[in-house]
Write a protein that binds this ligand. Structure first.
Ligand code: IPM
Ligand code: MN
Length: 372
């Protein structure tokens, strides 16, 4: 198969983790016999520096042409006080909207080898396996009117949280479809005791749930959910929520996984004529300027995002499983970066990438053997 992939390394550690993700993708190509066509483009702070625009037209075109896009991270401290449309984050919001990737899947699971990496008690974390389904192209991130106006004590900022029935329906359907392939339980998270937006959200989820009588559904207020995620995380299977709540809850979920560096994500949009999802793949972590350029960032989130890409954009389930198995293998060997607090010496970003590539080797023999 020919895989046309666009890489958007972006800012800070995004550059380092996508380098390792690329190595792993190339190794998958070698081991499983796929041809890769990898291109790179600018997004975020680096794009502002080089073109004045966080989401340049070139990037837009290349992303539209690619079968799938892998993003590293965006954000640089020098833009902290820049106007909203000259911020790196605007580039990421722009590409999500341009590709129409409304469905952000953020799996959160615990690995046996990482139980001690979480500050939470082992018995609480052991066995956690959930997926946060975050609506990604609506809500307060995109709503208008928005902006800052006036001056003095009358200076005023406005954001608008807005959802249509259609937007809620399609993300809810995604959550229920996923639940069917898992433990058949959806927890829809909202703030319906206060927000009209959430009242509509809850009504629509109740309606969609009727089409999935085999899936159990419950509704939870977001403040309670924030607490339950650390009190009783194993109760969650599929967590369905709107854009900003999903952003916040997924960082909390990272504590269960041991480090935010562990979390991959898949942002999916309309199906292509080939039947594959339009996909933007992005680790959940940010650009971490404090450790950028030091070869110590955790690349597992980016590498896991490659696995998600193989599965959702290319339908290469076996390859995706091989990457995930290689990751697990490396975790068990203890070759992990400093954020995971290894017992021995911490591995560097590139050592982890190399170790995953090496662990991918055995699949070659199995595949060869299976064919002959
Ligand atoms: C995320 C990030 C982004 C978001 C930022 C960088 C715009 O925090 O993907 O979780 O808020 O969606
Ligand atoms: Mn976030």
């Amino acid at each position: 198969m020919q895989l046309n992939v666009l890489l958007l390394p972006g800012d800070g550690i995004g550059v380092e983790v996508t380098r390792e993700a690329r190595k792993v993708l190339e190794q998958v190509g070698r081991v499983f016999g796929h041809t890769l066509k990898i291109s790179e483009a600018l997004l975020g702070g680096i794009a502002i520096h080089k073109t004045g625009d966080p989401f340049p037209e070139d990037t837009r075109e290349l992303a539209a042409e690619a079968d799938a896009t892998l993003m590293g991270a965006v954000g640089l401290p020098e833009f902290d006080n820049a106007p909203p449309d000259k911020r790196p984050e605007r580039g990421l919001l722009g590409i999500r909207k341009a590709l129409g990737v409304y469905s952000n899947l953020r799996p959160v699971r615990s690995y046996k080898a990482l139980l001690d990496s979480s500050p939470l008690k082992n018995e609480l974390v052991d066995g956690v396996d959930m997926i946060i389904v975050r609506e990604l192209t609506g809500g307060v991130y995109y709503g208008t009117p928005r902006g800052i106006s006036g001056a003095g004590l009358e200076e005023r900022a406005v954001n608008t949280m807005t959802y249509t029935r259609g937007e809620i329906e399609r993300i809810a359907q995604m959550a229920f479809e996923l639940a069917r392939k898992r433990r058949k339980k959806v927890t829809s998270v909202d703030k319906s005791n206060v927000l009209e937006n959430s009242q509509l959200w809850r009504r629509v989820v109740v309606d969609v749930a009727k089409q999935y009588p085999d899936v159990a559904v419950d509704h939870m207020l977001v403040d309670n959910c924030a607490m339950q995620l650390v009190l009783n995380p194993k109760r969650f299977d599929v967590v369905l929520t709107e854009n900003m709540f999903g952003d916040i809850l997924s960082d909390e979920g990272a504590v269960l996984a041991g480090s935010i560096g562990m979390l991959p994500s898949a942002s999916l949009g309309p199906k292509r004529p080939s039947g594959a999802w339009t996909g933007l793949y992005e680790p959940v972590h940010g650009s971490a300027p404090d450790i950028a350029g030091q070869n110590k960032a955790n690349p597992f989130g980016a590498i896991g995002s490659v696995a998600a890409m193989l599965e959702y954009s290319f339908g290469l389930t076996r390859e995706a499983q091989a990457v995930n198995a290689a990751v697990e293998n490396v975790l068990n060997s203890g070759r992990v970066t400093a954020d995971l607090k290894p017992a021995g010496k911490a591995a560097t970003t590139s050592e982890v990438g190399d170790a995953v590539c090496e662990a991918l080797q055995p699949a070659r023999k199995e595949v060869g053997a299976a064919k002959s």
